[in-house]
Design a protein around this ligand. Structure first.
Ligand code: FE2
Length: 308
């Protein structure tokens, strides 16, 4: 069911026909106005069938891109055009829990485009969730968590493989993540970004981020639960990673697990399942809205682009 927050439908759906790039070029202000209040705009019914169509849509939107190569994303992805890549190569039975894209790193996009090329047989929706509304609820239900996050921020730790591991939602190798070949180059990049790190004997690399803000003030003055806590705490689990060791407060102290459980429950309650139809394009404000991926069966192809 479409949600309504502060008088705006979430998501905001724009139904049309014909060429989306042409529409968007002429109506960018309409899309941006809807995005500013709703946090997500879904374009449905337009003539979108290939990654090149999605690339043209992003081009028509006209804002600077943010490439996967430059990002510190921990997901394995495949570029299809210079702007467009597969959303996540993790296996179909893996849930990707709610997160703000790359909020676990100092470099994150402001907006995201997603588009469905192939819809799965069952499941595979993209849950989206208003983080500003989550924040409002947290302030009432777990004010201590909000206070601790405001005071200290949060640090994320994860162990990266030496080579891409497509079986994991966090399987991007340290070489790819840090755009380097040698350990010395990796260390320089990490030091410049304020990370600490430990090399393991099996060529894996454990890194811990600097303290990053976990709450973000939005242009309209509202505050957003802008972080990667839910995904890290629930989902950073693979051969190398134990989710209970993935997050701490910025001062190194543990997070209150019960309060995090409350945050997870509130976010689940506020999630809207975007059930993809082929040709759908979603534009998401990465600062206001979290996203994830439900498990699925069949073949699914959702492609993505990032806006700086
Ligand atoms: Fe994501």
């Amino acid at each position: 069911m479409i949600q309504v927050h502060n008088g705006a439908e979430f998501p905001h759906i724009i139904t049309g026909t014909g060429d989306l790039p042409t529409w968007l070029k002429a109506n960018k202000a309409v899309a941006d106005e809807a995005l500013a209040v709703a946090g997500t705009v879904l374009f449905r019914g337009f003539n979108i069938t290939t990654p090149e169509d999605v690339d043209a849509t992003v081009e028509a939107y006209g804002e600077a891109g943010f490439t996967y190569g430059d990002s510190l994303s921990n997901a394995v992805r495949v570029n299809l055009t210079p702007r467009i890549f597969t959303a996540n190569e993790a296996p179909p039975d893996v849930s990707i829990f709610l997160h703000h894209e790359m909020a676990q790193t100092p470099l994150f996009p402001s907006k995201l485009f997603f588009s469905c090329m192939i819809a799965p047989e069952t499941g595979g929706s993209t849950p989206i969730c208003r983080s500003d509304i989550v924040f409002d609820r947290l302030q009432i239900e777990t004010p201590e968590l909000v206070a601790a996050l405001s005071a200290h921020g949060v640090r994320y730790s994860n162990t990266m493989p030496g080579q891409d591991d497509p079986n994991s939602g966090q399987g991007r190798s340290w070489r790819s993540t840090l755009s380097c070949e040698t350990r010395a180059e990796a260390e320089t990049r990490l030091s410049n970004l304020g990370y600490t790190y430990i090399w393991n004997e099996d060529d894996t690399l454990r890194v811990t981020s600097p303290a990053l803000p976990a709450i973000k003030t939005l242009p309209d003055g509202s505050e957003s639960f802008f972080n990667q806590l839910i995904a890290a705490f629930r989902g950073w689990k693979d051969a190398r990673n134990d989710p209970s060791k993935s997050v701490t407060l910025g001062n190194g102290e543990p997070l209150d697990v019960d309060a995090l459980g409350t945050a997870i429950q509130i976010a689940d309650e506020l999630s809207f399942d975007l059930n993809w139809q082929v040709g759908d394009v979603a534009l998401i404000d990465n600062f206001r809205v979290m996203h994830g991926r439900r498990p699925y069966t069949g073949k699914r192809r959702v492609v993505a682009a990032l806006i700086a």
